[in-house]
Design a protein around this ligand. Sequence first.
Ligand SMILES: Nc1ncnc2c1ncn2[C@@H]1O[C@H](COP(=O)(O)OP(=O)(O)OP(=O)(O)O)[C@@H](O)[C@H]1O
Ligand SMILES: [Mg+2]
Length: 240
Amino acid sequence: MYSIEIRDLTKKFKDKVAVNNISLKIKEGELFALLGVNGAGKTTTIKMLSGLILPTSGDIIIESMDIKKDTLKIKEILNVSPQETAIAPNLTVKENLEFMAGVYQIKNKDDKINGLIKTFKLDEVLNKKAKTLSGGWQRKVSIAISLINDPKILFLDEPTLGLDVIARKELWKVIKGLKGKITIILTTHYMEEAESLSDRIGIMSNGKLIDVGTSKELIKKVKSKNFEDAFVKIATGGDL
Ligand SMILES: Nc1ncnc2c1ncn2[C@@H]1O[C@H](COP(=O)(O)OP(=O)(O)OP(=O)(O)O)[C@@H](O)[C@H]1O
Ligand SMILES: [Mg+2]
């Protein structure tokens, strides 16, 4: 079964076409990486898929439900870690976790929160106000919070941006641990990340989804020596 079906999805901001007629099917448990240069349309796509903004046209079917009709039901089974880290600045890390557990009415709240504290090694920052944390720590907290409702579908918009190399590797481990269990769409500018984590990769350019495949397939298709070269060739149309 498909977890996400996207048909002819378009988003216009006045005369700017941010997402241009995208169609894509993502299987249950798949980890799909969405790549593209700055402004390609990745975040806009994620915002539409997670119900944060409305498409100009096209359809989004999530777990067989139409996002236009079953918005609330769909929002219960997904979660997003947005590109601009979203945590309450004046609450401590613990309070942030508790607040979101409350929003989602999590039943075994303490167990869930303690599990996330352990997975993301949040002990040392637990009682600090979110606004006093470094950018990387805020990001880690934001990603931890996105797992509070055990989402079936998780959108991670540049999850490792600003993380130090160890934190990045730790987060990869967490993401790998989720692989196969939930459907994940992530965006990244790190080719190594897309290659090592994803089942398939989609490359966007000027709002269009111009290629989709495994890293190996894409490398072969454009006869490149590695994935970074393949990405540059595809994203620039061979101009660089
Ligand atoms: N609210 C908005 N109003 C007007 N234009 C917008 C809005 N949001 C995005 N855009 C435009 O849509 C295009 C796609 O933006 P988007 O944020 O989706 O790109 P992106 O692929 O996520 O880029 P990045 O890698 O820099 O995060 C850009 O040209 C951007 O300026
Ligand atoms: Mg973006």
